[in-house]
Ligand binder design. Structure first.
Ligand code: 0O2
Length: 221
């Protein structure tokens, strides 16, 4: 019957969305473990902030319509890579790569695609390390591979991207050229800040090493 069909479709949809929620839970748990381990064992933590979002059914359908893909579960699964999204904010540029390696070296994670907008920034100045990962989600019916889009960036890159995103939508994707130019300048400023912070961080780290070494040398004399 029609009602039974509707119920079955609703159940399929709930299950479809649930898998992505679980995939987010899995990835954020992995990151939280790294974060906690670092704060307990090492003297500093490369992960500043962690956030995640599950794309809303409305946004999924809007994207499906935009891409003109046939709205079957299989099609959506294969075409949309950003239903599950996780964003990791780090203090320093070098940490973004370290966190990426620590996460992707875990053997249950498969890398499907990497876009390094840190090494190759977008024309507008956008920087971020993007990856589409696949994680296994274990259900009562078996294991399902699920895609998660991970974005890793510095605090400065994140600050810039948040404002740019707001401006982009405020102007309905048609931002005045003068404002685009200013955003580009701001992106350069953010990169310079990242470079300076990284250098200062390295210098202080080196200072720590030197102090420890001279203390040890002192002790052994
Ligand atoms: P929203 O509004 O954040 O959801 P895709 O469209 O994702 O299939 P694409 O564009 O090749 O394919 O993926 P890419 O380049 O990896 O970008 C994916 C996401 O990165 C975007 O999602 C944004 O969240 C972010 N992003 C990419 N470029 C920019 C940018 O120039 N500025 C800002 N602020 N964020 C960016 P959505 O779905 O496009 O947008």
């Amino acid at each position: 019957s029609h009602i039974a069909d509707m119920k079955s479709l609703r159940n399929d949809f709930t299950r479809f969305m649930m898998l992505y929620k679980f995939a987010i839970d899995e990835v954020t748990t992995k990151i939280s473990i790294l974060q906690e381990e670092f704060s307990l064992v090492h003297d500093y933590n490369p992960i500043e902030h962690l956030s995640s979002r599950l794309k809303s059914p409305e946004s999924i359908m809007a994207k499906v319509a935009r891409l003109q893909c046939e709205p079957s579960f299989d099609n959506i699964r294969n075409t949309l890579h950003d239903i599950a999204g996780v964003r990791i904010t780090c203090s320093f540029v070098s940490d973004t790569y370290k966190v990426f390696d620590m996460l992707t070296n875990q053997k249950d994670i498969r890398i499907l695609e990497v876009k390094d907008y840190i090494k190759n920034p977008k024309e507008n100045g956008y920087k971020s390390l993007h990856a589409i990962l696949e994680v296994p989600v274990f259900m009562s019916t078996g294991v399902e591979p699920v895609k998660v889009e991970v974005q890793i960036r510095t605090i400065a890159m994140d600050f810039w991207a948040s404002l740019e995103h707001k401006i982009y939508y405020k102007y309905n994707k048609d931002v005045p050229v003068a404002l685009l130019d200013e955003l580009k300048v701001a992106a350069t400023t953010a990169s310079q800040l990242d470079a300076t912070m990284e250098r200062l961080h390295d210098e202080v780290k080196q200072l720590d090493v030197d102090t420890t070494m001279s203390a040890e040398a002192e002790e052994s004399t």
